[in-house]
Design a protein around this ligand. Structure first.
Ligand SMILES: Nc1ncnc2c1ncn2[C@@H]1O[C@H](COP(=O)(O)OP(=O)(O)OP(=O)(O)O)[C@@H](O)[C@H]1O
Ligand SMILES: [Mn+2]
Length: 369
């Protein structure tokens, strides 16, 4: 095989049991990909069935997340269900105050895989019993936040900067609670990651706009700035924009790469809790990297065209892929329709880039080699 130029995350069979992630090179259109899928599905099966041995609140980030440790020492990142699948983002919420959705984390993993990126952490749904699985294992500050609501449901709220109070508690029914379980990445000591500010980051202010929102030539300056001035990174950012537009995720403020792989490796697709919040509104500005830079990988376009022309549309492929998840149906049907509608929009925007281009090979970049 060629020297490592990792395009996907995959897992060695032996390490799978410990959830120790091994990053290996997997080449598209080879048997490696199918083998990777089998390992990932096996891994997700463990995540949904192994007994929980320890829990703690995950530091970092704004909303509550638990680090779950299983009986065999493997770990997962747990995001609890906050509200029903059909509850959309409230009209007066900004993208940075919206609640996170556990089902968005699960659906994003499937979408990322179907698009052929395989850069999202394997994530699966699981129902836990707050009374039996969480409460006996909670300690310290987390333990102090458990209580029974007037409805006699078992609740907790944890300690964090957004929505960690009695008024925004996470409650079971009466103690059963859905959540997303994302396989844990190796620790920073073993596999350090680099954190990058996303060039098309939003302002995270109620009033200010980001530079890219006011400057149509913004991409020209990004293209001159390392690591976007050479190699794969700008195309990766466009792939990320396609993924985010399809699910309506406006919250891509940072992204991470694996330090030891250098700049010629794919960014990780992490943190999709704010996707799938609006089924009837399409946020075109998420595609800014695409329409401001007018570049896209040929393989990405080919995948989008395949889902556009069929026989299997993206929504149907998502339903089939998510049918194995214990929390199926993962998505409210209007979000599935939105995927097909938004896919048409991505193709439309790409066509608008190609139309005036003197050299189409500078818009659709050949990566089939
Ligand atoms: N599967 C994972 N394994 C280990 N660490 C993870 C995993 N997913 C995310 N993280 C780390 O945890 C941090 C917080 O996760 P995430 O971004 O999902 O939470 P968040 O509350 O939405 O954060 P923020 O408010 O910063 O957007 C991330 O910056 C990332 O480095
Ligand atoms: Mn986030």
């Amino acid at each position: 095989m060629k020297p490592a130029q990792p395009t996907h995350v995959s897992y060695s069979a032996e390490k799978t049991r410990q959830f120790g992630i091994v990053f290996t090179t997997a080449y598209p259109r080879t048997g490696c990909m199918a083998a990777g899928t089998i390992h990932v599905n096996t891994l997700l099966h463990y995540v949904t069935t192994l007994p929980i041995a320890h829990i703690s609140q995950k530091e970092g980030g704004t909303q509550i997340k638990l680090t779950i440790e299983f009986s065999d020492g493997g770990r997962a990142l747990f995001k609890p269900m906050r509200h029903p699948r059909d509850q959309q983002t409230l009209k007066n919420q900004f993208y940075f105050t919206d609640f996170e959705r556990h089902n968005a984390e699960i659906a994003a993993f499937h979408l990322d895989r179907l698009l052929g990126f395989r850069r999202a952490v394997p994530t699966v749904g699981r129902t836990v019993n707050i009374t039996k699985d969480l409460f006996p294992l909670a300690k310290g500050d987390l333990l102090k936040t458990f209580f029974f609501s007037p409805e006699k449901n078992h609740c907790f709220h944890g300690k964090c900067s957004y929505y960690c109070d009695t008024a925004h508690a996470i409650c079971g029914s009466p103690d059963m609670l859905e959540g997303s379980f994302a396989v844990f990445l190796p620790g920073d000591a073993e596999v350090p990651r680099v954190h990058w500010r996303h060039p098309w980051r939003r302002s995270y202010s109620r009033r200010r706009k980001a530079e890219w929102e006011e400057d149509d030539e913004y991409c020209a300056s990004v293209k001159e700035t390392p690591p976007y001035n050479e190699g794969r990174r700008l195309l990766d950012v466009v792939d990320m924009a396609v993924l985010d537009f399809l699910m309506g995720n406006m919250d891509r403020h940072h992204y991470e790469t694996i330090e030891m792989f250098g700049n010629n490796s794919a960014p990780l697709h992490l943190d999709h809790g704010r996707g799938f919040g609006q089924a009837f509104l399409d946020e075109a500005s998420i595609l800014a990297p695409l329409y401001q830079c007018c570049v896209m990988r040929h393989s990405t376009l080919a995948t989008l065209l395949r889902f556009h022309t069929g026989p299997e549309r993206l929504s149907a492929a998502m339903v089939a892929s998510m049918a194995r998840d214990p929390l199926r149906p993962v998505l409210w049907p209007p979000h599935l329709h939105a995927l097909d509608r938004r896919l048409n929009t991505v193709l439309h925007v790409t066509r608008r880039c190609l139309h005036p281009a003197k050299d189409p090979n500078k818009v659709i970049i050949d990566d089939f080699h």
